[in-house]
Write a protein that binds this ligand. Structure first.
Ligand code: SF4
Length: 314
């Protein structure tokens, strides 16, 4: 299946960043740089490069959370709801700054990004600058906005906490499952690449196989199982729900995965070192493993995205 990737040269290597999985691969052949349609199966066979080993002065990808508001209230939410939100003009400014940097991929997250009226404009600004763009959503508004997103983003990541309404709605609230599933169907019908994201927990670990089957039935591109991070609301749940990275890896390795689906786990160790642009325009980078905020500074120029602290420290 052909999908759009961002290809770039870094540290003498040709890299291909996948907006659906968030992974960066070392290309197995010569490629021109820029946004490129590539066979996802071929790219999936190329070795994955950890973000910290990609080289370059800026992170290979960032998570941008331009909105804190959300229509749901999940107990495992990672977000700090006390962060203030910038307005439309400031959001546009930040999209421009990211576009001026050599960041390859941007995941627009939240809060719930589908609450933003200017989401497609922001994504369009980033793709025009050469980035690949994904949107992470709870799926509630996806059915309504899928057609608009299909013209502006390269992948949609939809959060599902289980393969049934009973399990998912217990975390996210009544009707959340049906709304998300309807949204996924609409997005797939519109030609969008859909990646299902699921926080792997002690209480849903036995349902991982059913979630993979659901993803295949819905026509999703793949499933990313996320290890819970001890950040935000999730801190309170950590002790009872958190799995070790080795437990999570074993669960995912035991799954039967259809040929047309990519399934992986993002361990806590693998989540380390990621960069987030918050809704208030502050940049933070977590440490490795992902347990605390390491740096926090305002994003005023593309140089503020560099892989060093504001004081120049690495
Ligand atoms: S986890 Fe996602 S859907 Fe749930 S409250 Fe947080 S931002 Fe909203």
């Amino acid at each position: 299946m052909m999908r759009t990737f961002r290809v770039a040269e870094r540290k003498g290597a040709t890299l291909a960043h996948d907006p659906a999985t968030g992974l960066t691969h070392r290309a197995g052949r010569d490629l021109p740089t820029g946004r490129l349609a590539l066979d996802a199966r071929e790219v999936g066979q190329w070795p994955v490069v950890h973000p910290a080993a990609c080289g370059g002065s800026t992170p290979v990808s960032v998570c941008w959370s331009p909105v804190v508001r959300c229509n749901l209230h999940c107990p495992h939410c990672l977000d700090d709801k006390n962060v203030s939100e910038l307005g439309t003009a400031e959001r546009r400014r930040i999209a421009g700054l990211i576009g001026e940097s050599d960041i390859l991929g941007v995941d627009i997250s939240g809060g719930e990004p589908l609450l933003l009226g200017d989401l497609a404009d922001l994504a369009g600004e980033l793709t025009s600058a050469g980035c690949v763009v994904s949107v992470t959503t709870n799926g509630w508004h996806l059915r309504r906005r899928a057609a608009e997103l299909a013209d502006h983003v390269d992948a949609v990541k939809v959060s599902l906490d289980g393969p049934t309404g009973l399990v998912h709605d217990a975390w996210r609230g009544k009707d959340s499952y049906n709304r998300a599933v309807d949204g996924i169907k609409e997005a797939v019908d519109r030609g969008l690449t859909v990646q299902i994201q699921s926080v792997l927990m002690a209480s849903n670990r036995t349902l991982a196989q059913d979630l993979v089957r659901l993803a295949q039935r819905l026509g999703a591109n793949g499933v990313t199982f996320l290890q819970m991070l001890p950040i935000g609301e999730a801190v309170r749940l950590g002790g009872q729900e958190m799995l070790s990275d080795s437990e999570a890896r074993a669960i995912v390795e035991d799954l039967e995965v259809p040929d047309d689906l990519s399934v992986r786990v993002r361990t806590r160790d693998g989540a380390g070192g990621f960069t987030v642009i918050r809704a208030d325009g502050q940049v933070w980078r977590n440490d490795r493993p992902a347990e605390r905020i390491e740096t926090l500074h305002a994003l005023r120029t593309p140089a503020d995205l560099a892989l060093t602290g504001p004081d120049g420290s690495a």
